[in-house]
Design a protein around this ligand. Structure first.
Ligand SMILES: [Mn+2]
Length: 430
């Protein structure tokens, strides 16, 4: 399954060294959870079935608008990116799908690309279109917007690109199209705030009409950047209005870094789910106004509260609840493989903690308006160290108990530094 990646013998050998401590910690946690009538194995089972996609563009070092500092051995082609994503999944066993971005990941033969991904244990997740930058040979420019452009020809080009993404996605076995537009304005008065949204709705309606029956169109909002005064799809309000206008196959995608500071994101989750519009998540963290830091690195409590709502939604919605989860961060100072493994670990841990919440006690306290009891129901779960659960789920699936140590021992990046073409110095972005 994972030929050519990290040797399974190395993983087994490293795991053998860490196994006794893990078993001891897992047994101790099991006893602790027993006292609360929770069977630890049922939580481990849920974590084993949990997965989150990784983006192809996250496999390379990111940058800022000031600079990008590449590392030797970082991937530059879609083929190398698939290899690195294969390593991430091989060690963490939680990221079996890759989310590609077009035209960045364009190839001549998508059937071959699908087979290449399968050979390193991967499938494809949501397809991401790109109408926020111009490509060589493109007839129209997105300098003044794409799907909301005042120009018919620009809108048509943007629509056609998205329809091409659907076609590529069908060949790759995907079933979601994520549409994020950078459209917006930098000056008050620059753009008619109503007409730009109308033009967007009309254009995205044409993409919606081209969706195959079992596909979803995920609308990703972003408060600002690249536009700094107004964005056409700036918030979850604009997003859900568009999704409701389009129809049932259109849903909203929440990127954790795309809100105003301190916005109550868990409440947005509850609202979107209530109206069947919670389509997916892009996980990252932010301290100020960015959307780039590693998931849970700044505010793990927020991540837990979000998963608390997701678990509520899961219980209330049954099989219709299938949000598309993806890690969307920019790794400027770390090896992207290490960041994505640890982010997947942190996301799964937040999910595990949310599964530990005593929901009967929580709901009872809520009905009785006992604020402290309700808060304690959450706090008790949040305070539990679930590390052994996530590590156990990973190890049972063949992953590494100590992911970073195993990865560093493997010498993967050093080996790739010999084999891969060095990344040139260049501008930042993404
Ligand atoms: Mn995103």
């Amino acid at each position: 399954m994972t030929h050519g990646l990290i040797s399974d013998e190395l993983i087994a050998e490293r795991n053998a060294r860490a196994r006794a401590a893990l078993d001891e910690d897992y047994a101790a946690l099991g006893k602790q959870l027993d006292r609360a009538d929770i069977a630890i194995d049922s939580i481990t089972q849920s974590i084993s079935s949990f997965s989150v996609a990784v983006p192809t563009w996250g496999a390379g070092r990111g940058g800022t608008r000031f600079a990008k500092f590449p590392i030797p051995g970082e991937p530059t082609t879609i083929h190398e990116k698939l290899e690195d994503c294969g390593v991430i999944n091989q060690l963490c066993r939680m990221t079996p799908r890759v989310s590609p971005h077009f035209p960045w990941d364009k190839v001549a033969d998508y059937q071959a690309l699908r087979e290449e991904a399968a050979a390193v244990g991967l499938g494809f997740d949501a397809i991401n279109s790109n109408t926020f930058q111009d490509q060589p040979g493109q007839s129209q420019s997105y300098a003044s917007g794409s799907l909301s452009s005042t120009s018919d020809a620009v809108r048509q080009q943007a629509v056609e690109h998205n329809i091409e993404c659907i076609d590529i996605g069908r060949q790759l076995g995907a079933s979601d199209l994520t549409v994020w537009v950078g459209d917006g304005s930098n000056f008050p008065g620059q753009q008619d705030l109503t007409r730009s949204f109308d033009r967007y709705l009309e254009a995205v309606g044409l993409i919606y009409a081209a969706l195959p029956g079992d596909w979803r169109l995920l609308i990703e909002h972003k408060m600002f950047e690249p536009a700094f005064y107004s964005s056409v799809i700036s918030d979850w309000g604009s997003s859900i209005l568009a999704a409701q206008e389009l129809g049932p196959k259109a849903q909203c995608l929440v990127d954790l870094g795309h809100h105003a500071p301190n916005v109550n994101i868990e409440q947005i989750v509850a609202r979107l789910n209530r109206f069947g519009k919670l389509g997916g998540f892009h996980f990252n963290d932010s301290k100020y106004g960015d959307d780039d830091l590693d998931s849970g690195s700044i505010n793990p409590h927020q991540l837990f509260l979000i998963f608390n709502e997701l678990v509520e939604a899961e219980r209330n919605s049954g099989s219709s609840f299938r949000p598309s989860y993806m890690i969307d961060q920019s790794h400027n100072v770390t090896d992207p493989i290490e960041s994505m493994m640890m982010s997947a670990d942190c996301i799964a841990a937040s999910y595990a903690k949310a599964l530990l919440v005593d929901r009967a006690a929580l709901h009872d306290a809520q009905e009785r308006n006992d604020a402290m009891a309700a808060f304690q129901a959450l706090r008790r779960a949040y305070n539990i160290d679930v590390t052994p659960i996530v590590a156990k789920a990973r190890a049972e699936a063949g992953g590494a108990i100590d992911m970073i140590a195993t990865y560093r021992d493997s010498g993967w990046r050093q080996r790739k530094a010999q084999e891969r073409q060095r990344v040139g110095l260049g501008a930042g972005i993404v």
